[in-house]
Design a protein around this ligand. Structure first.
Ligand code: ADP
Ligand code: NI
Length: 218
């Protein structure tokens, strides 16, 4: 019993820390992204199983050391936080391992998750990248980076390395072809796939309308 209370406290402290760290993000990686990913990860875990403490902690911390903010691949801020909480080393290395596997790294780059917990957190993060929320976040990100919405002559690229994928300054519509529409078929769990189907169709319908309106056909 005592064990569980401690875990709850650690999660609550982490939630407060992350909430303050992500308060002012305008790139689609604000606290509410973390909140949705955490809730979705727990929802998927209800069906799929997995260690709930590892899943919730990893979901809360998964964007703290993002490559867009911090270009090192080792999640240093996350490690420092977990050490500060006095979490045991084995648990820390499991959480860091999950977090390092979450990100999408380009159309041609395989990002297989090696544990049930990593699969679930990766799926939850990817579900937040598609559907209506996904569309909103993508344009928020593009605006935050000063990108064009669309340019008919700049075609999407299927990046073969993380370095290439990271470098892109392409218009925001391209991101649908470079990442968002690829996600449905790269999910790990059946539970996430069932949720993704509707969200995927919604993005396809959005794009159909977007191009029709672009030509004044709607
Ligand atoms: P991951 O969550 O797989 O690490 P990111 O943090 O890179 O992925 O991206 C999360 C979200 O940020 C994307 O789903 C998308 O909404 C937005 N985003 C990232 N890169 C781009 C881009 N080049 N153009 C538009 N939106 C982007
Ligand atoms: Ni994320």
């Amino acid at each position: 019993m005592f064990h569980k209370i401690t875990e709850r406290e650690l999660l609550l402290k982490t939630e407060e820390f992350i909430q303050s760290e992500f308060e002012n993000d305008g790139s689609g990686h604000d606290w509410w992204h973390i909140y949705r990913v955490r809730n979705m990860a727990l929802q998927i875990a209800k069906q799929e199983g997995g260690d709930l403490f590892l899943i919730e902690m990893s979901a809360l911390l998964h964007d703290l050391d993002d490559w867009k903010i911090n270009t090192e691949l080792h999640p240093q801020k996350t490690e420092n936080w977990l050490c500060k909480l006095n979490i045991e080393n084995l648990q820390i290395s499991k959480i860091l391992d999950i977090i390092e596997q979450v990100s999408f790294k380009g159309a041609g780059v395989e990002t297989k998750a090696n544990s049930l917990e990593a699969k679930i957190v990766q799926d939850a993060d990817r579900l937040d990248a598609i559907g209506a929320i996904g569309i909103a976040r993508t344009f928020a990100f593009g605006g935050n980076k000063g990108r064009l919405i669309y340019h008919p002559e700049i075609t999407p690229e299927l990046h073969q390395s993380f370095a290439e994928y990271k470098k892109t300054t392409a218009p925001t519509i391209n991101h649908f072809y470079e990442k968002l529409l690829l996600l449905k078929n790269r999910l790990n769990t059946k539970t996430a796939f069932a949720i993704a189907e509707n969200r995927h169709t919604f993005m396809e319908d959005f794009l159909t309308r977007f191009f029709a309106e672009w030509e004044g056909n709607m």
